[in-house]
Design a protein around this ligand. Structure first.
Ligand code: FA5
Length: 340
């Protein structure tokens, strides 16, 4: 074979192999083409290699260089065909596996926690009675949690054993002690400090007390605070608002009973019992805002009067749903929570 004939053969080989690999429609066709062109024993490439060895020594370097180029191109064409078929196979397999008629998997949907549901209902009811929402921090200073509420330093309610005091950066820097608020009554002060009468607000949120957990006590629980200050506000208004709140929340007839009590920031003070479906239950405390508190925030007790109340939200929710252990709310057992 002359050098020219060798080159001709080589180019024919390259073109034919590339074309056959590209045209192979399945792996069997590709394998047949591979054996024909690249087969180690009698493939056409092997024959060309032999022909290369028989060329005159002077022609071999030039012929060898082209031979390697063509071989690389052909091998590349083979790999490309392999990848193409592999891709096709994968696509057809997943088309077989995908059945658009199989019903989808419905993801499990959660819902609001029962306490959050109660809070939303209470906000809605009080909103209809004209009470807007006020807010205050859960980490409080002693002024808002005690002093402004007429609870002096020697009062037992301030005992460190009855409160969660915090060593805060401000205290370490010489500021006053801070604590987790023990009641939402703190928000009364914050609102009256920045707003002139008339006032008609509720505050809802977490409060903290080192109470030993039992079926009716939790160290963290929620309260709803109500405050109304205006001219001629009386205990009759307080009782009416509480009855309307109770009846809207329980969807039925509710009776309100006041028992004499004591809170340093109200005078007179009462414990509130509610009766629904024939059973009485203690819901919270209330009273007429003490003139000292009104004066502490710059109101004139000769001009305005007000009532305030604080109810335990867990107690309301427990009564509504017949839950007999407050601790269930915070155990996070979905079997319990799913029922609401
Ligand atoms: C107060 O917290 C007063 N701030 C209420 C108040 C507001 C009086 C405005 C006057 C004017 P008391 O400590 O009684 O009051 O708590 C109110 C209600 O919170 C209780 O009746 C009860 O329903 C609920 N409660 C108290 N401690 C716990 C507890 N550890 N776990 C769950 N609920 C509690």
């Amino acid at each position: 074979m002359s050098l020219q004939e060798f080159f001709q053969e080589l180019e024919l080989f390259g073109a034919a192999a590339t074309q056959r690999f590209a045209a192979a429609e399945d792996t069997a066709a590709l394998e047949a083409a591979r054996i024909e062109f690249l087969g180690a024993r009698s493939g056409r490439l092997k024959q060309l290699q032999k022909a290369l060895g028989q060329l005159p020594a002077a022609d071999r370097p030039q012929a060898g260089q082209r031979f390697h180029q063509v071989r690389q191109q052909v091998e590349q064409a083979f790999k490309a065909a392999q990848a193409r078929l592999c891709q096709q196979q994968r696509a057809s397999r997943s088309a077989e596996l995908f059945d658009p008629t199989v019903p989808g998997l419905r993801p499990p949907l959660g819902h609001l926690h029962p306490i959050t549901q109660t809070i939303e209902q209470l906000k809605e009811i009080m909103g209809r009675l004209g009470f807007s929402l006020a807010d205050g921090p859960e980490v409080e200073d002693e002024w808002h949690n005690f002093e402004a509420l007429n609870i002096p330093p020697e009062h037992p309610a301030r005992d460190p054993l009855d409160n969660f005091y915090l060593a805060t950066a401000s205290q370490l820097a010489g500021g006053g002690p801070m604590l987790l608020r023990s009641q939402t009554s703190t928000v009364q002060i914050r609102v009256m400090e920045r707003q002139k009468p008339p006032v008609r607000i509720i505050a809802v949120g977490r409060v903290y007390r080192p109470d030993t957990p039992d079926p009716t006590h939790s160290p963290m629980f929620h309260q709803i605070e109500g405050l109304m200050v205006d001219r001629h506000v009386t205990m009759a208004d307080l009782k009416t608002v509480l009855r309307m709140l109770g009846e809207s929340y329980f969807h039925g007839e509710v009776h309100i009973r006041f028992r004499p009590s004591f809170f340093p920031f109200t005078e007179p003070s009462v414990e509130i019992d509610m009766s629904w479906q024939g059973r009485w239950i203690e819901m919270g405390g209330a009273g007429m805002v003490d003139p000292n508190v009104l004066r502490a925030v710059g109101y004139d007790p000769e001009q305005v009067s007000g009532f305030a109340f604080g109810l335990g939200i867990e107690r309301l929710c427990m009564r509504q749903h017949g839950v007999d252990d407050i601790r269930e709310f915070f155990r996070n057992d979905v079997r319990f929570l799913q029922q609401f």
